[in-house]
Design a protein. Structure first.
Length: 261
């Protein structure tokens, strides 16, 4: 209860902030944008990760104003980056289940883009596979509405939920993010590598851009690139960081040499 009250005040008092984790083109090693990840700078507890307050925000309905703040803030930052010459970057924002089914979502998205004079295609909205599959007909309707605004859609944490392939085929998504659970123990010739190869093949068939999350080692990076993953994200190439740190840290990395394909 106390934290819920504090969180309500935190949104109004500007205690929330966004960190940005870079996303990279797997083959060229060029940065292609960022995922915005919310943090709460709590006056007594210090910097709090999203897992410590997003579930509470979900239960109390605070996720709607919180999510709106995140959208506007991410768009504001994207405007600054575009003005600084990064016109080809995209910004990804996570949507929670409650936010996803909230009636005002498409309108908020349009308004955030308009306020910061952004082309809709530079915004990627991430929903988890579980959210997308919870009520498939509703998800289809919401996603179509969102796609009509021109934004992109990513299916986050892919592989952790239960996807109906029939529905997956119909989802108007543009990107599939392989959950880092499959990347963690990735070694050639193991079960995880067979699963990742199968997810990549599935994503290709569905015309989705394939992102690997949680890339921590250069061996994972080389292997994922070889498997045909389009985009990489993970501590190896950049942790989530403040916008200031981001612009200083993010410059192209040397492409990986791919041996035999
Ligand atoms: P997510 O969307 O899957 O975000 C990726 C999470 O993986 C981030 O954790 C990131 O720091 C972490 N990560 C990235 N690369 C690596 C890596 O190489 N190794 C490891 N071990 N971890 C890595 P974070 O920032 O704590 O966020 C956790 C989750 O909280 C996010 O998972 C997302 O579901 C949720 N979240 C974050 N920001 C928001 C938001 O603004 N709104 C909503 N609704 N949810 C958010
Ligand atoms: Mg995400
Ligand atoms: Mg994820």
């Amino acid at each position: 209860m106390q934290i819920a009250n504090e969180l309500r005040a935190a949104i109004a008092q500007g205690e929330l902030l966004l960190h940005y984790q870079p996303k990279w083109d797997a083959t060229t090693g060029v940065p292609i944008g960022a995922e915005a990840l919310v943090r709460w700078m709590h006056p007594a507890r210090g910097l709090m990760p999203p897992d410590s307050f997003i579930p509470l925000a979900e239960r109390t309905g605070l996720i709607v104003p919180l999510g709106e703040w995140v959208l506007y803030e991410a768009c504001r930052q994207m405007r600054l980056w575009r003005d600084a010459g990064h016109g080809d970057w995209t910004i990804a924002v996570n949507l929670s289940p409650q936010q996803f089914v909230h009636a005002g979502l498409a309108q908020t998205v349009r308004e955030a883009l308009r306020r910061h004079e952004l082309e809709p295609s530079c915004l990627i909205l991430e929903i988890t596979e579980s959210t997308a599959m919870r009520d498939v007909e509703l998800s289809l309707a919401v996603l179509r509405q969102l796609r009509e605004t021109g934004v992109q859609i990513a299916i986050d944490d892919f592989g952790t939920g239960y996807s109906s392939l029939l529905y997956l085929k119909r989802l108007p998504a543009t990107e599939m993010k392989i959950d880092r659970g499959f990347i963690r123990d990735l070694v050639r010739g193991t079960e995880d590598s067979a699963i990742v190869a199968a997810i990549v093949a599935l994503g290709r068939t569905l015309n989705l851009r394939i992102v690997a999350e949680g890339v921590e080692t250069s061996a994972q990076r080389a292997f994922l690139t070889q498997l045909g993953v389009d985009t990489l994200q993970g501590f190896l190439l950049g942790r989530p960081m403040t916008a200031d740190a981001f612009i200083a840290a993010v410059s192209p990395v040397a492409p990986v040499a791919i041996s035999q394909r």
